[in-house]
Design a protein around this ligand. Structure first.
Ligand code: FAD
Length: 429
């Protein structure tokens, strides 16, 4: 299932990137640094930047291009929290330690707002998100989430938007209420990733593209990773491969299931029409089990994701598969041109909990389960700090049990399809 390419997919982000997307060399030789990181998505990039800024000599190896996979193709919604929400984290860690993890998520939300300015790039960050209820019976869930956030996690920034006020926030009759979160936001993920890559290089880190790591071995002199044309030795190895870990580490790979997901971008809308869809320019995700999520781009397109295929597949005609969901949310856009449609893979863990850990000096980050823009940053901080000698945050993640999928991906994928079909039905009732 592992894909590799010298070109980015034809996403809105890649096709509208200002200027050529920087091309970096492949590893052709032997390099020797302190840390080798495999995978240049957000997990690898944030880890590398934090380490490089702390003075570590870092080598980042990417099979395709920087942010070629999920990190360069996602919905750009920087939402606080993890895919699994807080209950499994509280169950694993207890209230106090779960609160520490939550605080690290708020740190990530603040950090993402400031990173671009600090390193001199622009990732089109816009503040504000809405978590919206489609079903009247799920309005109470929003209120409950708001109450819990205050009582358990000390987070009192969210505001409940009742039905009567919804037209001021979303130009659609589909939503009964929403929770507004001012600390969340949305951004252009490919611009963010390229900005991080440039910052890593500026801090002395080396990035190699089109350098797929074929295997790694632990030796008395540290970890040696091999690509088809070179080798990198380091004292520390970080695996940040997400859904593409594949054969590189089969044991770890069994703990995540690659799942296909996709989205579209309309052609630019008349500014007035765009404003009428999302008058405050916040991003939106609904609270259905299979959620729709959408936002506006700076050039007034609607970026919309909805629906998801299991068994790792992506439909042949993504635009046709997504259009009904988009038009259900915004009937006024019926027949709108969908200029870009693209897919990618997410890494679902069994309990949707993050799988961030360490064994000796080998670290890994995975299991974001479809929600990774902020979690990758929070997790990268935990891993980088542990490499630098402070493993308090990493210890929290290591207390979360992430079992392998029984029967591996072959058995897990059909089970996921059945589960998903059931939840889709519940979304309708
Ligand atoms: C369509 C889509 C929409 C999404 N929308 C959102 C959203 O709105 N908000 C949100 O929070 N999350 C969203 N996500 C999830 C989010 O994008 C991911 O959780 C996050 O980007 C994961 O980052 P990562 O660095 O761990 O993995 P990736 O970005 O997948 O990066 C892994 C990298 O490792 C490389 N690699 C793998 N194996 C090797 C190897 N052997 N050698 C060298 N390199 C290797 C791959 O080529 C890849 O570039 C979305 C995902 C998708 C696909």
């Amino acid at each position: 299932m592992f894909h590799q390419s010298s070109e980015h997919v034809a996403s809105y982000y890649a096709r509208t990137y200002p200027g050529p997307i920087p091309l970096r060399p492949a590893l052709e030789d032997r390099v020797d640094t302190e840390v080798s990181i495999v995978g240049a998505g957000f997990s690898g990039l944030h880890t590398a930047l934090r380490l490089a800024l702390a003075g570590k000599r870092v080598t980042l190896l990417e099979a395709s291009r920087v942010a070629w996979a999920a990190s360069g193709r996602n919905g750009g919604q920087a939402l606080l929290g993890w895919s699994c929400d807080m209950p499994p984290l509280e169950a694993a860690l207890g209230r106090e330690r779960a609160r520490q993890l939550w605080d690290s998520m708020r740190w990530a939300a603040a950090e993402i707002r400031e990173l671009a300015g600090r390193h001199g790039f622009d990732a089109d960050y816009r503040a504000g998100s809405l978590w919206a209820a489609v079903l009247p019976r799920r309005v109470a869930l929003l209120q409950e989430a708001q109450r819990e956030a205050v009582e358990k996690w000390g987070y009192d920034r969210m505001r409940f938007i009742p039905r009567a006020e919804m037209p001021e926030w979303i130009g659609s009759a589909r939503y009964h209420a929403a929770l507004y979160d001012p600390e969340a936001g949305h951004l252009n993920p490919l611009k963010l990733a390229q900005g991080l890559a440039a910052a890593i290089e500026h801090a002395g880190g080396c990035i190699f593209e089109q350098s797929k790591v074929l295997d790694y071995r632990e030796t008395s002199a540290g970890y040696v990773v091999r690509t088809d044309r070179g080798e990198a030795r380091a004292d520390v190895l970080v695996l940040a491969c997400n859904a593409y870990l594949d054969r590189l580490d089969r044991k770890l790979a069994r703990r995540v299931l690659p799942v296909g997901t996709y989205q579209v971008a309309t052609s630019p809308l008349e500014p007035e029409l765009a404003r009428s869809l999302l008058p405050r320019n916040h991003c939106v995700i609904d609270n259905q089990f299979v959620p729709d999520y959408f936002r506006l781009s700076p050039d007034n397109r609607l970026l919309f994701g909805g629906g998801c295929t299991y068994a790792g597949g992506i439909p042949k005609d993504i635009a046709a598969a997504t259009r009904p969901y988009l038009e259900r949310a915004f009937p006024q856009l019926r027949g709108v041109e969908l200029e870009f449609a693209w897919g990618g893979h997410i890494d679902i863990s069994m309990k949707r909990t993050p799988d961030i850990g360490r064994h000796g000096e080998r670290y890994w980050l995975q299991g974001y389960s479809g929600h990774g823009v902020l979690p990758t940053l929070a997790a990268a901080r935990a891993v980088a700090d542990a490499i630098l000698g402070d493993d308090e945050l990493l210890g929290l993640y290591q207390s979360i049990d992430n079992p392998p999928f029984p029967g591996g991906a072959l058995l897990a994928a059909p089970l996921e399809v059945i589960g998903k079909t059931w939840y889709r039905l519940r979304d309708r009732v």
